[in-house]
Write a protein that binds this ligand. Sequence first.
Ligand SMILES: Cc1ncc(COP(=O)(O)O)c(C=O)c1O
Length: 499
Amino acid sequence: MTAAGDRLGPTLFERSHAGRGGGKVPHPPKDALARIPADQLRADGPHLPEVAEPELTRHYVNLSQLNYSIDTGFYPLGSCTMKWNPKVNEWAARLNGFASLHPFAPDELAQGTLQLLWELEQALAEIGGMRAVTLQPAAGAQGELTGILMVRAYHRSRGDMDRTEVLVPDSAHGTNPATASMAGFKTVSIPSAPDGGVDIAAFRATLGPHTAAVMITNPSTLGLFESRIGELLEAVHAVGALAYMDGANLNAIMGRFKPGEAGFDVMHINVHKTFSTPHGGGGPGAGPVGVGEKLLPFLPSPRVLREADGRFRLERPGERPDSIGRVRSFVGNSGVLVRAYAYIRAHGAAGLREVSDDAVLAANYLKSQLAGVLDVPFSRHCMHEFVASGASLKAETGIRTLDVAKRLIDLGYHPPTIYFPLTVEEALLIEPTETESLETLDGFVAAMRTIVEEAHSDPELLHSAPHSSPVRRLDETTAARQPNLRWKGMTGEQTPCPD
Ligand SMILES: Cc1ncc(COP(=O)(O)O)c(C=O)c1O
């Protein structure tokens, strides 16, 4: 069986005909080539497909129709907050003054953008209860690295060189231990307690003079609020370590819990999730990092500053000697930051609190509706997402969570995150977000019920799903380890995927 379905047409290279699609510049001057300096002219023409404009346009529009997106359907991908992205954000991000600003424009010509960035920093600091924010990091993962590099700089500045460990709960996102290692620390894993929270006794036993920081995700990746957070933070500070909060799940707590005020020293925010930039497949994103008093001197530079006369400017090189320096080019991923600003201003403080309340309500509703359909391992109130498990279904029918996820595609739904967190067998992490209607949530529950019935009556249908997607079931390991993403010559085969 080939993995490619009928809807994958030939590539542009395969559609190419020599000489077709020329004349793309309508009336070039006759001496156009002579005007280009001889040493800048290429010796051979580029090996690009030659197709006419309608063919080219149809090719890409048809490809775009194969995509699943929040504009086409429900996307309950846990931990990713695939919420509706209001179109006003797109309007704002495309405004010429933002979209066309040259990154090297002098401060006098960039006042509007600098003001927006400065105000966004203030808003994020307020939302997170932090002293200040850097907007530079390009994603959550880079925000984590930025935060932990600041933690390292803090301990070094105090001559405290023996702090070599970062503690990370076993339910954490993989980027947490990766960050700790990249910053030169040893990751120490902390087990979860049966209620899904951090095992406090194990946590206390591991804390000590070698602990540089603790990275806590709250709400956790199990969708649970860490109920003993005050106790945890006190213990961290008592040994002279710092507390990092992974703020990827901020969508659950806005207006209800301010991590900085609770005692966290540093936190990143995935603005593409909580503040709605269309994202997926690796981008685009931004991972601003908020800090408390202790880490203020180490923030990346340049920061956006407001002068006494109300003008805005970028910090000059060397102006803040303790800074960890630049972590990304220019001021950050400004298109995403404009969208985040538009979202925050459109909602206001009360609106953001309502967003979080509705996200929590939707997740608890879905959880209660699915309770009899799949296993729901943690009975307590969830936050904006929850973990279900297909362990009983697998024991009864042999159908795995992977099969359930693939069959959901046939029924018109993007699958939830699966096999994460690693601590739950046959896990499905389901995050409906606040932007879906009751009917959509009920439709998803009905689809899940159908699949569980099919698992008993027609398991082969599930083993071989999906049946209706542009690409059939892939060998996941090969697809991840050896992705076939590049056109390598005209072989006449249409399939981009291994059989
Ligand atoms: C809990 C958690 N932490 C960190 C990250 C990393 O964020 P990003 O994908 O923006 O790098 C994610 C992303 O899904 C996450 O869910």
